[in-house]
Design a protein around this ligand. Structure first.
Ligand code: BGC
Length: 431
């Protein structure tokens, strides 16, 4: 059996907006609450983790895990342009301290899809000044919290816009829509209309955010337009801001990555899709300490593009194929970046926790085969620690290893949480 390297991170991941609750100062909140919204339900209290974080962290520790990935919410840290809230920074300082005291290594994300409302007035991710603003926010985070952060993911799934476009379900489709919903994140119905950017809902959101429907298009992170060039500059600016103060912090970005499987005749197409989603990022990753890899399934690609699921295959609540081997396939493909990898997300949405246990076993077996072949994998962070707010799909999909009762907020670790925790315990001494 392969030995997992010393210090291997065994943990679970979350994102601020999906668990904290009442993230009222973010752009996403406006999208959710504006009449006509494409969100099935708004985030509301979410998992109330802004208050219940001690319990969340304690549960992860109790089941045996040694790492926790969570995100810091820019909209809370910088609630108004140029005003940094010391009180909200202190909140995250407390979370970090508690992670360390509990024996969990924190992996911190600086941006996980949501942005401060005010940023939209300045063009958001379409604005030329945004990379500098993001670097400024990063600097404040590092000044206040840097001594407690060993790993930073600057931007979560910075390539999500391309991934959605390729599936034909995003705001700027480059491919035919797939017959079933198979987006790697919770994208709801109604996007087609919103895509035009002129729906009543979109216009009302723009007004609420102090901008115009057209300017909002590239501003919002799930943007209808290609914002990746700005994200690339923002990542490099943030990395430089971190390294200038704390060169020891391990910095990376996270990307949504498929196991791109070319079917006969689809080889060229597969290469193109892979290049758009991954290859074109390589120059930007130059200088990073690790790559955060995130995978949920495979993508079968024929000469005409992405193929629908084969008849009769098991699917997840998200509509894509239950295929845990995709983690291995993806890791082998992106190892060419030459960076140490951390699996910053991998998981399955299902009501049947026995399927989650099976998914975790098969995914980790794949990671082990990669390790045995000498690939450099430093951690496995399951998505997600808690059943949480799956974006436009609301609270329907269940990704968590910990169940959350929506009425009482009571947490209950599922058998999969214990299962993953036992793997952590078996495969390495607890820190
Ligand atoms: C995102 C998460 C999301 C998860 C499951 C990832 O693409 O980073 O925010 O909840 O997928 O769909």
């Amino acid at each position: 059996m392969t030995t997992f390297p010393e210090g291997f991170l065994w943990g679970a991941a979350t994102a601020a907006h999906q668990i904290e609750g009442n993230n009222t100062n973010s752009d996403c909140w406006v999208l959710e609450y504006t009449p006509g919204t494409i969100f099935r339900e708004p985030s509301g209290d979410a998992c109330d983790s802004y208050h219940r974080w001690q319990e969340d962290i304690s549960l992860l520790r109790e089941v045996g895990l040694n790492a926790y990935r969570f995100s810091i919410e820019w909209a809370r840290v910088e609630p108004a342009d140029g005003h940094f809230s010391q009180a909200n920074l202190q909140h995250y300082a407390n979370v970090l301290r508690f992670c360390h005291d509990s024996g969990l290594t924190p992996v911190v994300t600086l941006h996980h899809f949501t942005s401060p409302r005010w940023l939209m007035r300045h063009g958001g991710w379409g604005g030329v000044e945004t990379p500098a603003r993001f670097a400024e926010y990063t600097r404040e985070v590092i000044k206040a919290l840097g001594d407690q952060i060993p790993y930073i993911c600057t931007i979560n799934e910075a390539n999500i816009n391309t991934i959605l476009a390729q599936l034909g379900v995003g705001f700027r489709p480059t491919e035919q829509p797939r017959p079933q919903t198979a987006a790697p994140i919770g994208i709801g119905e109604g996007l087609a209309e919103a895509r035009s950017g002129v729906s009543g809902w979109w216009a009302a959101c723009a007004q609420e955010l102090g901008t115009t429907p057209d300017r909002l298009k590239p501003a919002n992170f799930s943007a209808p337009e290609d914002v990746e060039p700005t994200l690339m500059v923002a990542h490099v600016a943030a990395r430089e801001a971190i390294k200038a103060v704390r060169p020891e912090i391990q910095v990376g970005i996270t990307l949504a990555l498929h196991d791109w499987q070319a079917q006969p005749g689809g080889e060229e197409r597969a290469e193109r899709l892979k290049h758009e989603a991954f290859g074109k990022w390589l120059p930007t990753l130059n200088g990073d300490d690790f790559l955060g890899v995130q995978n949920y399934s495979r993508q079968r690609i024929g000469p005409e593009g992405v193929l629908p699921n084969e008849e009769g295959v098991e699917t997840t609540q998200m509509g894509y194929e239950f295929y845990p081997e995709a983690l291995e396939g993806m890791i082998r493909q992106v190892a060419t970046a030459g960076l140490p990898m951390i699996v910053t997300e991998n998981g399955v949405s299902t009501e049947d926790d026995t399927r989650r246990v099976e998914f975790i076993d098969r995914a980790i077996a794949g990671a082990e085969r990669c390790l045995a072949d000498g690939l450099d994998i430093r951690g496995y962070l399951y998505w997600s620690a808690l059943d949480n707010f799956e974006w436009a799909l609301g609270y329907g999909p269940k990704f968590g290893i910990i169940a959350v009762d929506r009425a009482t907020q009571q947490r209950t670790p599922k058998p999969s949480a214990h299962h993953l925790g036992q793997m952590a315990i078996r495969n390495g001494p607890l820190r």
